[in-house]
Ligand binder design. Structure first.
Ligand code: B1M
Length: 213
C-alpha cells in the first residue's frame, strides 16, 4: 500500500533509493500526483528546513533529503506534465549567482515546459554574464525566469534584473522572479515584470506574460 506519509518519511530521511518505489506505490493506489508533490515532498522540505534552523540536522541531511525529493519528482514528472511543449516560445531559467538551491527552480521549469514553452535551464549559481549571453544566443527568448532561495542572494537577484533591464534586448523579453524569500513587492522594487509564489502559478504567470492567458 502506498501512502503520502511513507513518501514524506523517506524524503525527510534522504532514502533516495526507496523514494521512487514509494511514489509509484502511492500513484498506483490512486493518490493524486499533486498531493504527493505538495504534501509528501514540498511540505517535507519545509520540515527539513525547520529542523536545520533548529540545529537538529545539518547541511548533509538537507542535501540527502533534496536528492531523495529529486528522485521522487522524476517518477511524478509524467503525471504532472500536461501540455504540448514548445509552442509558446522560449524561457531561459536560472537560479541566481551565489545560490545553489535548484528544486524549486526545477519544478517551475517543469510546469512552464508542460504549459507549452521550450525551457533552457542554465542551472544554479548562474552569473549575470551567462544569462545575458544566453539571451543573446537565443534572440527569440520570450521570458527570463529567475529563482533565489536565500535572503543573502536577494541582492544577486536585484543585480541580475538590473543588468537585464539595461540590456538592448530588454523590450523583447519579460522577466519573472520567485523563490521563498521573494515577494511581489520586492519583484516590483527591482523592476521585474512578474512574481509568482509557486510552480503552478509560475506557469500561469508565464502564459500571462506572453499574452495567452
Ligand atoms: Co538550504 N536553506 N542552504 N540547502 N535549504 C533553505 C532555503 C533555508 C530556508 C533553511 C532554513 O534555514 N530554514 C535557509 C535559508 C535561510 C535564509 O535565506 N534566510 C537555507 C540555508 C541557510 C542554506 C545554507 C546557507 C546552509 C549552510 O551552508 N550553512 C546553504 C547555502 C548554499 C548556497 O545556496 N550558496 C544551503 C544549502 C542547501 C543544500 C545544498 C544542502 C540543499 C539544496 C539542494 C538542492 O536544491 N539541490 C538545501 C535545502 C534542501 C534547503 C531546504 C531544506 C529545502 C529547499 C527546497 O528545495 N524546498 C530549505 C528550507 C525550505 O525551503 N523550507 C533551505 C522545496 C522547494 C519546492 O521549494 O525552493 O521554495 P522552493 O521553491 C518553490 C517556491 O519558492 C517557488 O516555487 C517553488 C515550487 O513551489 N519558486 C519560484 C522557486 N523559484 C521560483 C521561480 C519563479 C516562481 C516561483 O519564477 C521564476
Amino acid at each position: 500500500m502506498g501512502s503520502i506519509e511513507e513518501v514524506a518519511n523517506l524524503v525527510e530521511h534522504g532514502r533516495s533509493k526507496k523514494v521512487p518505489a514509494a511514489v509509484q506505490a502511492a500513484l498506483d493506489d490512486g493518490i493524486d500526483a499533486n498531493d504527493i508533490l505538495q504534501k509528501g515532498m514540498i511540505d517535507t522540505m519545509g520540515i527539513v528546513g525547520e529542523k536545520f534552523k533548529n540545529n537538529e540536522i545539518f547541511v548533509p541531511e538537507m542535501l540527502v533529503a533534496a536528492k531523495a525529493m529529486k528522485a521522487g519528482v522524476e517518477v511524478l514528472k509524467p503525471y504532472l506534465a500536461t501540455g504540448a511543449a514548445g509552442k509558446l516560445g522560449k524561457v531561459i531559467i536560472a537560479t541566481v549567482a551565489g545560490d545553489l538551491h535548484d528544486i524549486g527552480k526545477n519544478l517551475v521549469a517543469m510546469m512552464i515546459e508542460s504549459a507549452g514553452f521550450t525551457v533552457i535551464d542554465l542551472g544554479v549559481d548562474v552569473q549575470i554574464d551567462k544569462i545575458i549571453e544566453a539571451v543573446n544566443e537565443n534572440p527569440d527568448t520570450k521570458i527570463v525566469a529567475l529563482s533565489a532561495l536565500l535572503t543573502t542572494t536577494m541582492p544577486s537577484l536585484r543585480d541580475t534584473v538590473a543588468a537585464l533591464n539595461g540590456a538592448p534586448f530588454r523590450s523583447n523579453i519579460k522577466i519573472m522572479v520567485g523563490g521563498a524569500p521573494i515577494t511581489q513587492e520586492f519583484a516590483e522594487e527591482i523592476g521585474a515584470d512578474g512574481y509568482s509564489e509557486d510552480a503552478a502559478s509560475a506557469a500561469e504567470l508565464a502564459k500571462k506574460l506572453v499574452g495567452v492567458a
